[in-house]
Design a protein around this ligand. Structure first.
Ligand SMILES: [Zn+2]
Length: 258
């Protein structure tokens, strides 16, 4: 069974971002509670956060940038690269993430796309172990029973991390399309979930016969293929853009001859 689905993410992009020390160290205590030893270099322990008290502008970053997942995957593992990314597209989640978490998510997307780990910083590995453990076990005692984190064979398995991320991150809701048909909308929790789904989509879309194209009039990306209501020859995102394009061309021809 398949249902027409719309993925929605209105993500706040703020005027300024900065790298700053983390004010919340609950995660480090959690790691310790699970028995994971980590030597976190100070540059990777900091967070990226919005600066000042302004309000972010909500932007549909996934629609404006349908290849955002690829841009993200191809970044170097560098704090400055993540900061630059945040300045354009916002942070990965509402709660400020440590740079080691940016790198952890980065390597997950790389693995998902079959790009390999690349030059992942060493400090990421214990975080992945922890991430996978909390996805597999209810509490630290379960891990202790199998011999602690060292005995826990962490798999280089992006799907495990992906499932953990998607769990609770989708916000399903029934909506109505402009022409009155019901539609399943998924309101994504954060940019991380959005990038992960975009990467997943890129892997599954060819099999589903879907393709992304850019509108010849307004530059918006749109989908063609089964269930999209557009022909495979469509050059425009909407009848409105098709009309505007035709009108502009006719005017140009008339100006040329007249
Ligand atoms: Zn258009």
């Amino acid at each position: 069974m398949q249902i027409a689905t719309q993925i929605v993410l209105e993500w706040p992009v703020f005027a300024a971002y900065e790298v700053a020390p983390s004010t919340d160290n609950d995660d480090l205590e959690e790691l310790r509670r699970w028995g994971v030893k980590t030597k976190l270099p100070s540059e990777w322990s900091k967070v990226i956060r919005a600066r000042g008290g302004q309000l972010g502008t909500p932007r549909r970053v996934l629609d404006i940038h349908p290849t955002l997942y690829r841009q993200f995957a191809q970044l170097p593992y560098e704090p400055q690269a993540y900061l630059k990314f945040a300045r354009t597209f916002g942070t990965l989640s509402h709660h400020p993430q440590r740079l080691v978490e940016w790198a952890l998510f980065h390597s997950m997307i790389r693995q998902l796309l079959g790009l390999g780990l690349g030059r992942e910083p060493l400090c990421v590995k214990p975080w992945r172990t922890w991430f996978c453990m909390t996805g597999c076990f209810e509490n630290p005692e379960d891990v202790a029973r199998i011999g602690g984190p060292d005995a826990f064979e962490w798999k280089l398995n992006a799907s495990l991390e992906l499932n953990e991320l998607l769990d609770g991150g989708l916000g399903p809701q029934v909506k109505t399309t402009e022409d009155g048909r019901p539609l399943l909308a998924l309101n994504l929790r954060d940019l991380r979930t959005g990038i992960a789904l975009q990467a997943l989509r890129s892997l599954t879309a060819p099999a589903a016969g879907l393709e992304t194209r850019q509108c010849a009039q307004c530059g918006t990306y749109f989908e063609i293929g089964p269930g999209t209501g557009r022909r495979s020859t469509s050059k425009f995102c909407s009848p409105r853009c098709q009309g505007a394009y035709r009108y502009a061309r006719q005017k140009l021809l008339k100006d040329d001859t007249g």
